[in-house]
Design a protein around this ligand. Sequence first.
Ligand code: CA
Length: 225
Amino acid sequence: MSNRSIDLSDALYDYLLATSLREPEVMRRLRAETAGLPGSMMQIAPEQGQFMALLVQLMGARRCLEIGTFTGYSALAVARALPADGRLVACDVDAETMAIGRRYWDEAGVAGKIDSRIGPAVETLDEMLNAGEAESYDFAFIDADKSNYDDYYERALKLLRPGGLIAVDNVLWGGSVIDPGKKDPDTLAIRALNEKIKEDDRVVCSLVPIGDGLMLAHKQTDYHS
Ligand code: CA
């Protein structure tokens, strides 16, 4: 027994999946196809997809935002948890990987809930803000290029309603965050955002050691962007 988060051995991780993962076949196949692609490490873990779907359902979220969609596994997990009139805006620079996702979204019957936007996400988010969409989203998942993480966080915070939730992926960055020799822009950006969120009075936070680390930042219910 321990009063810190447990280390997951391979066997214990297998047990976790065997006893809790409810992954539909269409999601399992998307994961298998993605595993054969360059950049497959960018795909989230299946238990993380299930966790995010649970959060979305728990919040009763209807409008969601995703910054960094890749082949669409997380988008599929979130879209399945949304009500029929729910919407997910999925941002990515890569139309090819987004097209892979769309095949599976179609098959799963959720493509109508997903509005994909191809292009640099900072521009897409600024367009949304300029269109008057501030404070209209319930949930935002940030999982794109790490050097822009702070830009994504600030824009997502504006787009969220008070009481909305941001989930930031890869915040433990394979352990690089504690390696003093790692000074590349991605690692520096992740460290800086983690430290900022810890002190950010606009949100309540928790760093969940699932996948590569998921920082949850819940926008204060009395904070208006
Ligand atoms: Ca990621």
